[in-house]
Write a protein that binds this ligand. Sequence first.
Ligand code: PXL
Length: 282
Amino acid sequence: MKRQKRIAAIHDISCFGKCSLTVALPIISAAGIEVSVIPTAVLSTHTGGFTGYTFRDLTDDMLPIARHWKSLGLEFDAIYTGYLGSFRQLDIVSEIIDMLKTPDTLIVVDPVMADNGRLYASFPETFPEGMKKLCSKADVVVPNITEASLMLEIPYSEGPYAAEDINRMLRGLSALGPKTAVLTGVYFDGSGLGAAFYDAASDKTDFALSERVEGYYHGTGDIFASALTAGLLAGLGTAGAVRAAVDFTAGAIRRTWEAGTDVRYGVNFEAGIRAFIEDIIK
Ligand code: PXL
């Protein structure tokens, strides 16, 4: 029997609000992949729309966790990073990647730091520059349009977008280092919204769109990137993994829109897990 695939997921734990590790764990585990975690911080809720949240910085725990894993000889098929709890963690994550990576480890960096044209609360203005450096270590990057604009130092536009602008952004992202760039929150004139992706080897851009639902839903970037990572490790290839991740995320958004729940509480991805797994495990 083949060894079970194993991922190291480096994100915060937002105790309430369905994002980061509380979505990465169930989604990737459901795909049959083992998830080991290095928590970057523990918050009572995510920072998107809540006030008064607690924040426990775990910067000083991260390297000791990775060093212990290294001493045990653990190997990972992927290292998947998201929300970081401090500027210092950018260099720490880079060091952890160097420490744990084998020639076969897929490095997925979701440069979580901004949305809707603005940096998230508590991120310094210098963070995008640092994140750009971390992205140069990745095989796959998964920014939204705001994050990509910040790293590429171009003005943010809220869309609709032109295909050539999206194409230029994807090439710019890939030029930072990653062979695959996936851009989320892409929409053109018309009713679709989804992701665009670029593969440096074939120099090709493609799109996977789904029916657009009005409104902003929290945690969907993390759900998308987690589903994408699971799909890539399941062997779907970029196009297949992006398509499955778009369908899964769009389904969760549609369900939540129909239910009319508070958008800060996250989306109902749980009800779509069975279909997602049937989609990616053939
Ligand atoms: O979903 C991205 C995210 C993750 N973690 C925390 C956040 C956010 C976005 O606001 O605040 C703590």
